[in-house]
Design a protein. Structure first.
Length: 201
């Protein structure tokens, strides 16, 4: 392995380490809210119905059943009250700033078709920005966002309660993220809750 390859590997490792430290420094959080339209009887039995029977939603249904039973609710296949749920995700995006440059890779062909490569890690630049500063025009990151929406309908399809939780995908997969929303959202069942934060575990 020549010097240029070793240098590139070292710089790539340093860059990844810096990114992981920065990401883990902040605890991941989600947001939830809920609205109660009518009181749910304490003795009511509840059935669970996902809007689609994907493998992930069937796993979530089991998580919801466990959370309901942990909160003292009775869950049956057929019941007067139906808890329905759906999941959605919005893919994230990243757009570079007009001037910021953190890692630059350059290649060129010399005489005799000899290719040369150069890597440059910008630590600090007041104009372009770098690892240690944002510069004048930093890029913008829109993380992937997951949402869990839950409704409870009573006899004759009357809506009794509705709640939703959202969180950005950071250090987890989509299923694990939505599973972590379940107990936080189910605890608000039957209540009206303004937007509040909860910690992703």
């Amino acid at each position: 392995m020549d010097l240029e390859q070793r240098t590139m590997r070292i710089l790539a490792a340093l860059f990844c380490a810096f990114f992981l430290v920065a990401t883990n420094a902040v605890a991941a959080e989600g947001e939830l809210s809920a609205t109660s339209y009518k009181g749910i009887p304490k003795a009511a039995t509840i059935s669970i119905r996902p809007w689609d029977n994907s493998d992930d939603n069937l796993k979530l249904a089991r998580e919801i059943k466990a959370a309901l039973e942990a909160d003292g609710h009775s869950v049956r296949d057929e019941a007067d009250f139906v808890l329905s749920f759906s999941t959605r995700n919005r893919l994230g995006d990243w757009s570079p700033g007009g001037r910021r440059s953190v890692l630059e890779l350059k290649g060129s062909s010399g005489r005799g078709d000899v290719e040369t490569a150069r890597v440059q890690l910008n630590l600090y630049s007041s104009d372009q920005g770098g690892v240690l500063n944002r510069g004048e025009e930093p890029g913008s990151v829109v993380p992937t966002n997951y949402q869990l929406e839950v409704t409870v309908d009573g006899p004759n399809g009357v809506r009794y309660w509705q709640g939703e939780a959202t969180a950005n995908l950071e250090r987890s997969d989509g299923l694990s993220l939505t599973r972590s929303m379940v107990p936080n959202l189910i605890r608000t069942l039957g209540q009206t809750v303004p937007i509040q934060s909860f910690e992703i575990r």
